[in-house]
Design a protein around this ligand. Structure first.
Ligand SMILES: Nc1ncnc2c1ncn2[C@@H]1O[C@H](COP(=O)(O)OP(=O)(O)OP(=O)(O)O)[C@@H](O)[C@H]1O
Length: 595
């Protein structure tokens, strides 16, 4: 009979019970009532609680009527504890904690009164019923409780669902409700794999009655082959534009949150020591993506931003107050890239001199991030810069000089002739027009591997490929309104750092047309005979220096030593209080030491 009822329910029919007058209430009816009382236990919790209180009050009145002061004390303490520390019990919101405290206080007071006077005394029963109804309203209306009940019911129905979609034997292990929906961990039956579950996703969506695309299947954190995690969305996080919640980082060493994936988890990606390529057709949301990046990069006091925007600065101009250098003409772009290479070389030399391998960005030693919008225009208008972008792409990581390039179609021509495209570690693809463009942006073979950027169906949606993101998942970039950009730029302008001394000197030298010192320490130049050794020459140069100081390149030349060597000595002499840095890159001996 029970099997028959279940079968009918599966076919959408409700079982009907016929009770003959002379029959006793059949077992089945009692079972069904019992089941309903259990099934709706969450909704019926307030009356259950009231009945328990009434019974408790009746028993205590007979057995221990003198206990009422203790009950009142316990109720008061419990109410305070719930209000103050309820968060630890999962009462996340202020309103939830207040509600719990109010229920505890009301229930405790009523129980104390009933214990002292008996439940039949005066209006005590009416008060219980009235209070129960009033306090039940917030309970019934509570969104998270209702969501949890829905999930519990769906999980209770899982064995039947699993059977009908061919995953029988799989079991729910745990389920959790969150803002966007819920997720649950499942154990698979012997021989079933996560691939089997992925193949059944449409059937699962149908069985759970969700909207299409609401269900995601992932391996569990422990990566066990016989487990999977099911993520179900009640609302589609990509349905509308998602306002930017503000910067997610305060250092370039933190991964930047570009926007949520479809399962509402954040698409976070690290840009430290990584080059980035952003591609997509016009109107796909590239500039929006760059705004999210700028909003985060400008929040980091350990990043200096240089930018090239050959569309006359249209896109990046609003961030101008946070950009250390903005090139809007091919000429400016050429100089900027040349200086960036000089910085790279100088940093490499400085690291080599100190025996260090990588440049760890700090506010006084910031990373240098070059943001280049419409990279194709740069390759076309300033083709001679290709060698510089190539150098930065190949050698910039260790010294924290990195590129973030945006372009519509990163063809080899658009990216210049060098290795820039192949050096891009983080790829962000907004919608592309043609299937073959997927591989252009994301890399060879990605289209066949399921990275379908041509199917992205709204501006701002993107696919993210990076060392920590190796599966195709749709994300949607946050959207910054123009006012948000203006406000954020204004707020962050005050925390922008300037470049470190090593980089500034390198730029000065590059601008003075002096040869750039390479990372290889220069051996003593035999062409400059050093009768008294480089130290003496250095000291002579510093003591004879004019008031404005001697420039470092001159010191390097005169001593015949490398720049790192020169800087090392200058640092030692400064520490000893014997020399002083007059202005950037210019030094002389202190007056009291020069005699
Ligand atoms: N993340 C987003 N969420 C919602 N809408 C967006 C998002 N990003 C962009 N849009 C919408 O799409 C439009 C085009 O976006 P955007 O200018 O960023 O595209 P683009 O790819 O940079 O285009 P172009 O190459 O012409 O500059 C915007 O005006 C905006 O309305």
């Amino acid at each position: 009979m029970r099997r028959h009822a279940r079968k009918m329910r599966r076919h959408g029919l409700q079982p009907m019970i016929v009770i003959n007058n002379d029959d006793a209430l059949p077992d089945l009816a009692a079972v069904l009532i019992g089941r309903a009382l259990w099934r709706y236990r969450s909704e019926l919790a307030p009356p259950y609680f009231a009945v328990t209180l009434a019974l408790g009050g009746a028993v205590l009145h007979i057995t221990n009527p003198q206990w009422w002061p203790y009950l009142l004390t316990v109720a008061t303490v419990t109410a305070w504890a719930l209000a103050l520390f309820g968060e630890r019990l999962g009462l996340a919101r202020h309103g939830e904690r207040l509600y719990a405290a109010l229920v505890a206080m009301s229930a405790g007071s009523w129980l104390a009164a009933a214990t002292a006077l008996g439940i039949a005394h005066g209006p005590l029963l009416q008060v219980l019923i009235g209070g129960c109804i009033v306090l039940a309203v917030p309970w019934w209306a509570h969104r998270r409780r209702r969501a949890k009940v829905r999930v519990d019911r769906q999980m209770a129905a899982w064995p039947e669902i699993a059977q009908s979609i061919g995953l029988s034997g799989s079991r729910v292990q745990s389920a959790l409700v969150d803002v966007w929906g819920w997720r649950a961990r499942f154990a698979l039956a012997r021989g079933q794999t996560i691939q089997d579950v992925i193949g059944k996703v449409p059937a699962i969506e149908s069985a759970l009655g969700t909207f299409r695309g609401a269900v995601r299947v992932y391996p569990t954190r422990d990566d066990k082959a016989n487990r999977f995690e099911l993520r179900v969305l009640n609302t589609d996080p990509h349905a509308d534009a998602i306002p930017w919640p503000g910067p997610s980082v305060t250092s370039i060493g933190d991964p930047i949150d570009l926007g949520p994936f479809e399962d509402a988890t954040a698409a976070r990606v690290l840009f430290l020591r990584r080059h980035g390529l952003i591609g997509g057709v016009a109107g796909s949301g590239k500039s929006g993506g760059i705004n999210v990046l700028m909003g985060n990069l400008t929040a980091c006091p350990d990043v200096v931003i240089w930018a090239i925007d050959l569309k006359r600065g249209m896109e990046l101009q609003p961030w101008a107050s946070c950009i250390d250098r903005l090139a809007t003409t091919p000429e400016q772009a050429r100089t900027l890239l040349r200086d960036a290479v000089a910085v790279l070389e100088a940093r490499a030399a400085s690291l080599a001199a100190q025996g260090r391998r990588v440049w760890e960005p700090k506010p006084d030693m910031p990373a240098l991030v070059l943001v280049i919008d419409e990279f194709a225009e740069l390759a076309e208008d300033a083709p001679e810069s290709a060698a510089d972008t190539d150098s930065i792409a190949r050698r910039g990581r260790a010294v924290a000089v990195t590129l973030i390039a945006a372009t519509q179609r990163p063809t080899q021509k658009a990216m210049g002739k060098g290795a820039v495209r192949s050096q891009m570690d983080v790829r962000v693809s907004f919608r592309v027009r043609e299937r073959k463009d997927v591989d252009l942006i994301l890399g060879q073979g990605m289209l066949n591997a399921g990275w379908h950027a041509h199917t992205l169906n709204a501006p701002g949606k993107f696919l993210l490929s990076a060392p920590e993101h190796d599966t195709p998942r749709r994300a949607r970039a946050y959207l910054l309104a123009d006012e948000t950009v203006a406000r954020t730029a204004q707020q962050h302008a005050g925390i922008r750092p300037s470049l470190d001394q090593v980089s500034l000197t390198a730029i000065e030298e590059a601008q003075a047309g002096l040869p750039v010192v390479t990372a290889e320490p220069t051996p003593a130049q035999p062409a400059t005979p050093l009768a008294n050794g480089p130290e003496t020459i250095l000291w002579d140069m510093l003591t004879c220096a004019p008031d404005e100081g001697t420039p470092v390149p001159l010191l390097v030349k005169a001593t015949g030593m490398s720049r790192p060597w020169t800087y090392q000595r200058l640092r030692e002499l400064t520490d000893a209080g014997r020399v002083t840095q007059v202005t950037r890159g210019r030094w002389r001996a202190k007056n009291d030491h020069s005699q």
